[in-house]
Write a protein that binds this ligand. Structure first.
Ligand code: ADP
Ligand code: MG
Ligand code: MG
Length: 895
């Protein structure tokens, strides 16, 4: 028979799926012998059954009564007993903590009779009526569906009439009056009376907590935290203990160490003469726990000992809810506590240092995302004033600049060398140029998936969005902060995308200590030492190599300092920009082979120089150089602009510049509806004579130059966008020919492995054949995602991704976290069939997913040899590759 109810003494933390985190940990604390008020837990299974059918599952009600009787026996009182009532709380608690998202009802068992009994046995009428009004209020809103604001209003009115600054100043008759008012409110709003029958109260409260699993805010929270919708919540029924019994009572929350820094030592807040929900509700100011040490030294010492017991037992930072009833301490909740990135590293290192956890476990408890946060430069907040506003921290980092209110102004000022922050109510695709030009983006509307947030994150721009404290007046080019401060266009502001704070003026920046360590090895402070230890251990255990995507010697050098083991993607298109654009134009416009050859010959020494620099910076390590990928028209001027120039010249009766006419002609000829799917990648190499030869020659000559200089260059040549083995075969023939040629000319035998990117579904599906011509595969997961989903990234991200995320079509953007089911399956097929055709085939990934923690775990299990990511992500990738190698080890997921 299924069992729907567990006594605290029968459960434990390993049953969190069934008993919810809260219930399981209460059971665990009970087992540890800590002072937990007795109680029992109705399982998540019962909740799932109830939500599926709308009725309590068979047997549940009987089990609840049986456990209630046992509880009554233990406590020597009946639920709601008129002369001395047992009261209970009915608490929600799912597998993963969802703070404040579901409901809890306290003081069940009070009614018009038992409130009098409670007054008598406790010796405090005020306390009894205070408890009763709490019950009517919580029951009224949670169970009977009355708008909680109505209760709040009645309370405010009463406090006004009594001139009471807070609820502690209300006396028993005030509270009794409030109970009557609340009861009337419930009757007016629902047409029903507040139920007087204690057993009925209990049953209704349990079912209401079940239903609160599906409350709107709980659903939204789950979506954001990627918590499945079908887990359900458990319900804990527990004897009440009272923090509102007078000045020798109270409630508080504690952490076993500081969750901001990881420093050991009890840390938290306490509120005298209060029930637990008052502490977080912020209705009165709490005092730090150090004050409790003076108020009630005995309880404080006990709490400290229990905290230590819990930390030793859970082997991690715990947070705690407790209540003191007339000098007696009760433990009401514990769980693994959330913490900042700093604290995560510090705590992991310290617990490992104490031998409480293994180095593997310590690595499992820090995330790449946390490391990334430690690498951003920071505002020197000691030198900032109070924040002007707070919004959603949408894209991390810190930046200052002059406030500007439209995209064009941002572009204009940035072109003149100014640092700007683009401030809008919200952004649209038209703001893109301004977002590119700005250091940071600030909006007053929209959340984490708004256009501003999505685009800013994609570009690595600092972004705070949805800062409702500011009123943006785009027309008048200014915004007004809540405190009345007006910020006119051109005024400096500072935006902290990691915290959501906005400051007036330019707050000075400091490189983070972690960044200084990564750049120079300089170790300052315990957090940096902890980061160093985690990275060292990750390097020991990881199987995946980590390379970087870098196009310049400077980036290559930085990547190497950060621990990159080579370059997985060196894009050559950046080498066609700037002043060289002229030469590219000439190549495109060249009429005959001779003209084209001449233009290519002019590009050759420049490319050779680039490659030589990168090979020098990565001496001894592999450098994968990708042949030119984007369509050539990307290197020509804008079509509309040219057409306008020509038309204006003609309209003025003059002759347009012949060069303009020629260019426009070329641009028109090359115009593509879908450039992403057009003449690009290997296709370009096969139809533009001499292009591949020039690039390969530049690589080969750079290799020869480096060899002669005593270096050990390891260039690899990568052919992009191959769909058919025949394309690769043709490109490869040309590569081989040029390599041989250069070998002969220079007397240096140049060997470069030749491989391809896998970025089209057809390439993945014919990987076995392609591997016959490829010495390595590199998954270009950006294009592979685009071509698998049929998404043009530039179009879809701004247009409808936020809607898709809201609707739950995907949990995260497939451009950020690899879509395992679709794109991931193609990767697996290609790895398997490629390796079958060519044992020892090297495989890696060079899309942005190579720096994404969750995707890295997939690449590890898919058996890739390396991931390649931007230089700044290299440390993150090292850490995550290490974590991936731990496999099933506890990953410290504390959500
Ligand atoms: P949440 O998950 O929102 O924290 P809880 O179920 O923990 O909700 O309960 C809300 C508040 O009521 C907490 O402060 C908790 O400590 C307090 N509380 C819950 N049960 C009891 C009880 N039996 N006696 C006293 N206080 C309680
Ligand atoms: Mg709680
Ligand atoms: Mg690509």
């Amino acid at each position: 028979m299924v069992r729907y109810v567990y006594d605290f003494r029968d459960g434990g933390r390993d049953l969190a799926g069934l008993l919810g985190g809260k219930g399981a940990n209460l059971a665990e604390m009970t087992r540890l012998g800590l002072p937990v008020p007795p109680g029992f837990i109705v399982t998540t299974e019962a909740c799932r059954a109830f939500l599926a059918t709308g009725a309590e599952p068979d047997g549940m009600a009987a089990e609840v009564s049986r456990h209630l009787s046992a509880l009554e026996e233990t406590t020597g009182r009946l639920l709601g007993q008129p002369d001395d009532p047992l009261l209970v709380s009915v608490r929600s608690g799912a597998r993963y903590s969802m703070p404040g998202m579901m409901e809890t009802v306290l003081d069940i068992g009070l009614n018009d009779d038992s409130v009098l009994g409670l007054a008598k046995v406790s010796g405090s009428e005020r306390f009894a009526w205070d408890s009763y009004r709490r019950l009517v209020q919580m029951f009224g809103s949670t169970v009977m569906g009355v708008d909680p604001a109505l209760f709040g209003e009645a309370m405010v009115l009463l406090k006004g009439a009594r001139e009471a600054p807070d609820d502690v100043h209300l006396d028993a008759s005030d509270l009794a009056w409030l109970v009557e008012t609340y009861k009337r409110l419930i009757r007016d709003e629902t047409g029903q009376d507040f139920p007087q029958d204690p057993a009925g109260q209990l049953r209704q409260a349990v079912l209401a907590v079940f239903r609160s699993w599906n409350a709107g805010r709980a659903r939204v929270y789950r979506r954001r935290e990627h918590i499945p919708d079908d887990l359900g919540t458990a319900v804990t029924v527990q004897r009440m203990v009272f923090g509102n019994l007078g000045p020798d009572s109270g409630s508080g929350v504690a952490f076993t160490r500081d969750p901001a820094t990881g420093q050991p030592g009890l840390y938290g807040d306490y509120l005298p003469n209060a029930q637990g929900e008052d502490v977080v509700a912020g209705i009165r100011d709490t005092v730090p726990l150090s004050a409790l040490e003076r108020l009630d030294p005995r309880s404080y010492r006990q709490l400290r000992d229990h905290a230590q017991t819990l930390e030793r037992h859970y082997r991690d930072l715990c947070d705690i809810e407790f209540t003191i009833e007339r000098g007696t301490l009760w433990m009401l909740q514990t769980r693994i506590g959330k913490r900042t990135a700093e604290a995560a590293f510090a705590i992991a290192a310290e617990l490992a240092g104490e031998g409480l956890i293994t180095p593997d476990e310590a690595l499992g408890r820090v995330h790449g995302e946390q490391l990334g946060r430690l690498m951003f430069p920071r505002f020197d907040t000691g030198r900032a004033g109070p924040a002007l506003a707070h919004g959603v921290p949408a894209s991390p980092g810190a930046a200052s600049g002059a406030a500007v209110f439209d995209s064009a102004e941002a572009v204009r000022r940035a072109a003149a060398g100014e640092r700007v922050v683009l401030v809008r109510e919200e952004t649209t695709p038209d703001d893109l140029p301004g977002m590119v030009a700005a250091r940071a983006v600030l909006t007053s509307r929209g959340g984490k998936t708004s256009h501003a947030a999505v685009v800013a994150r994609g570009m690595g721009r600092v972004c705070v969005c949805g800062a409702q404290d500011i009123a943006v007046d785009t027309g008048a080019r200014r915004f007004t902060a809540r405190d009345g401060t007006v910020v006119e266009e051109g005024t400096f502001i500072s935006v902290d995308g990691s915290t959501g704070a906005v400051y007036a003026g330019a707050v000075p920046l400091v490189a983070s200590a972690t960044m200084r360590y990564l750049e120079s090895g300089e170790q300052t402070g315990s957090v940096v030492a902890a980061v160093a230890r985690a990275l060292e251990h990750a390097d020991v255990v990881r199987r995946l190599e980590v390379r970087a995507n870098a196009d310049t010697p400077e980036d290559a050098a930085r990547a190497r300092r950060f621990g990159a083991q080579g370059i997985g993607l060196c894009r050559t298109e950046h080498m066609f920009l700037g002043e060289r654009r002229k030469l590219v134009e000439e190549m495109i416009l060249a009429r005959g082979d001779a003209g084209r050859a001449k233009a290519l010959a002019a590009l050759l020494p420049l490319q050779r120089q680039d490659f030589a620099g990168i090979l020098r910076a990565m001496d001894g390590l592999p450098v994968t150089i990708r042949l030119l990928d984007p369509p050539l028209h990307e290197f020509l001027p804008d079509r509309t602009e040219l057409a306008v120039r020509v038309a204006v010249a003609e309209a003025a009766g003059g002759q347009p510049e012949p060069h303009d006419v020629e260019l426009l002609d070329a641009v028109n000829r090359m115009h593509e509806q879908n450039p992403m799917l057009g003449l690009r990648g290997v296709r370009l190499g096969l139809v533009v004579p001499g292009l591949v030869a020039m690039q390969v020659r530049a690589v080969a000559e750079a290799v020869a130059e480096r060899v002669r200089a005593g270096g050990s260059p390891r260039a690899e040549i990568m052919v992009p966008l191959v769909g058919s083995v025949e394309e690769l075969r043709l490109a490869r023939e040309e590569v081989a020919r040029v390599l041989a040629e250069v070998g002969e000319e220079t007397g240096v035998a140049v060997h470069c492995p030749v491989g391809t990117m896998i970025e089209l579904p057809r390439a993945a599906l014919t990987a076995g054949r392609i591997a016959q011509e490829a010495e390595f595969f590199s998954f270009g997961t950006n294009d592979l995602t685009q071509t698998t989903w049929g998404f043009s990234r530039d179009d879809v991200e701004a247009a409808f991704f936020s809607a898709y995320l809201d609707k739950g079509v995907f949990a995260s953007s497939p451009f950020e976290t690899l879509d395992r089911e679709g794109v991931g399956r193609l990767v697996r097929i290609a790895v398997e069939e490629g390796r079958a055709a060519r044992p020892g085939l090297q495989t890696g990934v060079c899309g942005e997913h190579g720096g994404d923690p969750e995707s890295i775990r997939f690449f590890h299990t898919a058996g890739l040899d390396y991931v390649s990511c931007s230089p700044f992500r290299v440390p993150v990738a090292r850490l995550e590759a290490g974590r991936a190698a731990l496999g099933g080890t506890d990953t410290g997921d504390s959500r």
